[in-house]
Design a protein around this ligand. Sequence first.
Ligand code: NAD
Length: 314
Amino acid sequence: MLYDKRKVVLVGTGLVGMSYAYCLLNRSACDELVLIDIDKKRAEGEAMDLNHGLAFASSHMKIYAGDYEDCRDADMVTICAGVAQKPGETRLDLLKRNAEVFRSIVEPVTASGFNGIFLVATNPVDIMTRITYALSGFNAGRVLGSGTALDTARLRYLLGEYLNVDPRNVHAYVMGEHGDSEFVPWSQAFLATKPILELCDGSTDVCIDKMNEIAREVKGAAYKIIEAKKATYYGIGMALTRITKAVLGDENSILTVSAMLKGEYGQKDVFVGAPCIVNRSGVKRVMEISLNEAERKQMAESCRILRESYDELG
Ligand code: NAD
């Protein structure tokens, strides 16, 4: 910890940001929480609302609407700010607008003297994390995105339901882009210490079909939720809290965050979802797991797509 209190600054107090803030409070994950939004009144209202729950919380937390100078002595700055796609707007135009939003955030954060860890949730999260890295000039390990942490949680939940076991005993990951090219390396998926592909009833083919169906469901989950209720926010709020706890608690936890690859899986200079050891220094290490040939190709394809999107920004 940089200082004696665990201080988090949240930028972007929309649905995702406030689900995160609410979860931080309920899990006593920090001691001080600063809320920043371009709509200052909104941040103030959210701070009031959360403060009114303090009497029911399990520990005290200092919560207030602040500004970028408050980042000076913060341990983490978490960015959930972003603009929504306008009708008819291309993916690239949206990306350009969000890059401008990030410039207006990351520059004043670093100008404050901030010396902690950046955590990014805004989509497309792998690209926005790389933009944060470029704008901040920080060492890559100190910039991480939520990556495929939420997708991995969805996978573990669905596998837990199918196998009828606690998802916390399922050890399987979603890797790659947080998006359409993400994939599940089934060769490295385990229930306790047993390979999941050995567990299905019937033949291996039936098993692979079922597992691929689960992977498709994970990939389509956000689309389904957005169709039903316009946005997703509780799951990501919990995923961000989990990552925050790993950083502030110096936990050395393995989480599938978006991190810069430096030769792992034969890839470099790209931020992508992969199992990483996360602690007070941010990404301490990208854990290179043993992918088979087909899975390495899927990782390479995800990285190619992400590099192309980033390069398109110019
Ligand atoms: P939202 O519209 O509810 O909130 C966005 C907030 O950002 C608003 O309060 C807005 O005022 C603020 N904002 C915009 N420009 C700003 C600026 N320049 N400075 C400060 N604040 C600014 O959106 P949301 O539903 O909370 O989603 C936020 C982002 O999280 C989106 O990009 C969404 O796609 C992403 N998301 C990511 C995941 C994931 O797994 N990584 C999951 C769900 C959503």
